[in-house]
Design a protein around this ligand. Sequence first.
Ligand SMILES: [Zn+2]
Length: 251
Amino acid sequence: MFDAHAHLDFPEFDADRDAVLERAQARGVRGVVVPGVDEASWERARRLGFPYCVGVHPQWLQEDERDPAAIEAALRADPGAVGVGETGLDARVDVPAERQRAVFEAHLRAAAARSLPVVLHVVGRHGAALAILERHAPLRGMVHGFSGAPEVARRYLALGLHLSFGGLVTRPRALKARAAATAVPLERLLVETDSPSAPPDGAFAERNEPSLLPLVVEALAALRGETSELVGERTEANARALFGLVARARG
Ligand SMILES: [Zn+2]
């Protein structure tokens, strides 16, 4: 198994990061990618030795006053990222739509210039995000924490993107996301925890962590009528291919 999106650089893991990684490994989680939310986060992830992405998350844009060109320059200047993001549009954050769009496009340009996959964060604005992405197609990357309907999933798939599912699919009431999870071909499927937020159902934990990924894989496998082994193996292979990662410690 491979956790395609886990914020293991966050301070929530400072006290016991090594134990968290050991538990994940013991449960069969053999790698993670740490997304960027701001420049400090991707520097932390790099220092900690994780495969990481460079990105300014829409929510963190609330504290980042740089213009899109300055953000793009920072995304291009980093030497070691495996992806660009998380980036996108979020209807819940207090950042004007126009600024979110301009920064989102700066990320798409940086990803194309560096030939890296993009990591997308889209909440409540799939139509607007798809209109932008369609102008930048063809694309390589993933939609993280996908929670939309099957017909929205198909539009991202048509652009060449992977869809990543997290703890939401373990919740019986998440009907849209659970339906979408059955509409994604196995070769475009990824799994994630988005640690430390939103533990899956059945975890009985306040903090999410990669060792809980098997609950996501089991829920997806049951929905899709596939075995957990198959879903775990194929999503790991997909994540490694997308981010260009060979099997090694921490990644
Ligand atoms: Zn995230």
